[in-house]
Design a protein around this ligand. Structure first.
Ligand SMILES: Nc1ncnc2c1ncn2[C@@H]1O[C@H](COP(=O)(O)OP(=O)(O)OP(=O)(O)O)[C@@H](O)[C@H]1O
Ligand SMILES: Nc1ccn([C@H]2C[C@H](O)[C@@H](COP(=O)(O)O)O2)c(=O)n1
Length: 221
């Protein structure tokens, strides 16, 4: 059972994926955390993240390991816990440039497919290109959306006023444009993905919809 959950920033991919994985006894993989981890490593090692050739040259160096327990998502870089540092504004501002580099994507996709293959009961994998590129044969594909206003309000709640809602919204929209506009496996809905607009739904309602879709697929097999 492979569940692919894609969509723009702040649509609820992580919250939904973790809850669905917990409910169904599946593993969970946050691929955005992996792109953040390699970005953090590039910044920490003085690599110019706007120089695609320099990023490509270093892409094979960091060892990135993701935990797949939905109750305790974990990520290490060269054996160091990176779960805090990958969430800084500095990393968020640089991650789209690093993740657009084809050599970075090749490396991450390899790690992601290995995680999925190793999951004992199946896995929920969230990202931007899971249904289109990483796991095109996923059993269930979901594409989450929500209005930019709703996403910015949700994110601002998390940031506790560190950034205005307008600035948060502008940053989300900028990141989505970069992620959708890159050449290599851009953010996109797979043709066979089910689109769920979460703007007017609670997290529980979204989780129920995804669990129901998985149940339908299981019953049909
Ligand atoms: N349906 C929902 N209703 C209300 N709030 C939600 C809903 N889904 C998620 N949230 C909240 O919105 C915020 C963003 O959710 P989450 O981190 O899951 O999104 P994401 O798509 O994984 O974001 P990113 O792509 O930036 O990692 C969180 O604070 C989360 O609690
Ligand atoms: N499959 C993926 C997952 C993520 N990215 C890039 C693009 C995002 O802006 C960034 C951070 O992801 P988030 O933590 O916000 O989910 O990582 C990607 O290119 N492909």
């Amino acid at each position: 059972m492979i569940v692919a959950i894609d969509g723009p920033s702040g649509t609820g991919k992580s919250s939904t994926s973790r809850a669905v994985a917990s409910r169904l006894g599946l593993s969970y993989l946050d691929t955005g955390a992996q792109y953040r981890a390699i970005t953090w490593w590039m910044l920490a090692n003085g690599v110019d993240v706007d120089d695609a050739a320099a990023v490509a040259d270093q892409a094979g160096k960091p060892a990135i390991v993701s935990g797949t327990d939905p109750a305790a998502p974990a990520i290490t870089v060269d054996g160091v816990d990176a779960s805090g540092p990958i969430r800084t504004q500095e990393v968020t501002a640089a991650v789209s440039a690093v993740s657009a580099v084809p050599e970075v994507r090749t490396r991450m996709v390899e790690i992601q497919r290995a995680c999925a293959a190793a999951a004992p009961a199946g896995i929920v994998v969230e990202g931007r290109d899971i249904g289109t590129t990483v796991l095109p044969d996923a059993t269930v594909k979901i594409y989450l959306t929500a209005s930019a206003e709703v996403r910015a309000a949700r994110r601002s709640g998390e940031l506790k006023g560190a950034q205005s809602v307008a600035d948060t919204q502008a940053a989300l929209v900028r990141r989505d444009a970069a992620d959708s506009g890159r050449k290599t496996s851009p953010l996109a809905k797979a043709d066979d993905a089910v689109e769920v607009d979460t703007s007017e739904l609670t997290l529980d309602q979204v989780v129920e919809q995804v669990v129901a879709l998985v149940g339908e697929k299981r019953a049909a097999r």
